[in-house]
Design a protein. Structure first.
Lengths: 191, 240
């Protein structure tokens, strides 16, 4: 009788320890996932809407762990497009304005490679018979700029990025947004 | 065979008199033209904020436009068919300095396009003045918002010489406002609300915007054949 009771208590303790261990493992895994997503996943830095375009700025990491500053430009309204990033700043013959994601001179982040675009631009003939301007297809466009995060600091630092764009349809345009500075908070580089 | 017969003295005198009379008449004509062209001089060195971009008259009038060039004034009077004789494009004024009142255009058929600059003053007041001028010319006042970076706006500009477009703009006094010069506060302060250019607003007699407007959505491809019909309906006050 006493032997059975002792055995039962031992069994109960083992089960309790097992449950606690499982809970600990699950908690640790959750914390690890959270930390991982915090460090490696896309991190929204800023979002706004101006001149008919919703802009979201994020910090991403590529497969190799390098940091990418990303901006998604989403024209609001049917039929609107954005101009190619390689358009001259003053447009072609004054027409159009490029879509740009840039780091101002005073920025703490530093560019670390050429900008990448999510879609390719093609010519759009606004006036029949005239050479078309290079525009992205209708819909969102994401520009990604490889960046080096600031070193020699810890935690988060305030920084700024610059965006330029203009949304047009075949029959008109919204006001261009030229070199709008956007405040962002970015993590420092890991040592 | 050359005629070496000397001209009789009285005939020579008469010819001389004729020459003198014609010369005098020519001088008087030139003086009159010079007097009338004073506003032209003002328009050539435009006063603050006022700049006549284009004057198109389909019905030549005996009075001289302040923006007509000597060549244009030398052109003969009425022609049987409508022409687009005086078309004048003036260079933009980088830095207005004078405070003289703006050049007052003389009555014309056709249409007129003028440009206003913010340095001239409050937009609402300027538009009130321009609406009065338009009424004085027998034209109806409209405000056009445009910009150099806007391909569709430039398509209109480039096609203004097209007969269909000239016909569409007939009777309109277009007040051209560049959205790069006029900021949103100034524009909304004068009662204009829009997000999209090109756009034309009909003005009331006091130069205030009405709810009647037309923008690039009214046509398809930016060609005169597409743009002119809806613009003509709008400027002529027709229902669209």
């Amino acid at each position: 009788m006493e032997l059975n009771l002792a055995h039962s208590r031992l069994h109960h303790r083992l089960i309790t320890i097992l449950i606690l261990a499982l809970l600990l493992v699950a908690g640790g895994a959750a914390a690890f996932m959270l930390l991982r997503s915090h460090l490696a996943g896309p991190r929204r830095l800023a979002a706004f809407s101006e001149s008919g375009v919703a802009v979201e700025i994020r910090l991403e990491r590529d497969a190799s762990g390098a940091s990418l500053l990303a901006a998604t430009f989403s024209p609001e309204g049917k039929g609107f497009h954005l101009y190619a990033s390689d358009l001259p700043r003053e447009g072609v013959g004054g027409l159009g304005r490029p879509t740009l994601l840039e780091l101002p001179l005073q920025a703490k982040m530093q560019p670390d490679g050429p900008m990448q675009e999510s879609v390719s631009a093609g010519p759009l003939e606004v006036v029949p018979g005239q050479a078309g301007l290079q525009v992205y297809p209708e819909g969102p466009v994401t520009l990604r700029l490889p960046v080096k995060l600031p070193a020699g600091c810890s935690g988060q630092v305030e920084d700024q990025v610059s965006v330029t764009y203009m949304a047009c349809s075949s029959n008109g345009c919204r006001r261009p947004v030229i070199e709008r500075l956007v405040d962002v908070e970015i993590p420092c580089a890991q040592r | 065979m050359p005629n070496n017969t000397p001209i009789p003295a009285h005939k020579e005198l008469k010819t001389g008199c004729h020459g003198g009379v014609f010369g005098l008449l020519a001088l008087l004509l030139l003086a009159a033209m010079a007097c009338r062209s004073l506003p032209l001089g003002a328009a050539s060195t435009p006063t603050p904020g006022f700049e006549v971009i284009r004057v198109v008259t389909l019905v030549p009038t005996p009075t001289q436009s302040p923006t007509e060039t000597p060549e244009e004034t030398a052109s003969p009077g009425p022609t049987p068919e409508p022409t687009t004789a005086p078309v004048q494009a003036l260079e933009p004024t980088p830095e207005p300095t004078s405070t003289e009142p703006p050049a007052r255009p003389t009555p014309l058929g056709g249409f007129m396009i003028v440009r206003l600059h913010p340095k001239q003053g409050d937009l609402a007041s300027l538009l009130e003045t321009e609406a009065e001028k338009a009424a004085g010319l027998g034209l109806e006042a409209f405000v056009e918002f445009s910009a150099t970076w806007c391909p569709a706006c430039q398509a209109i500009e480039e096609n203004l010489d097209h007969p269909l477009m000239e016909d569409a703009f007939q009777g309109a006094y277009i007040i051209h406002l560049d959205v790069d010069e006029w900021n949103e506060d100034q524009v909304t302060g004068a009662g204009f609300v829009f997000e999209y250019i090109p756009i034309y607003f009909r003005l009331d007699e006091a130069g205030r915007p009405t709810e009647d407007f037309i923008d690039g959505n009214a046509w398809g491809e930016n060609i005169p054949e597409n743009m002119a019909p809806p613009l003509k309906e709008f400027f002529s006050g027709g229902e669209r």
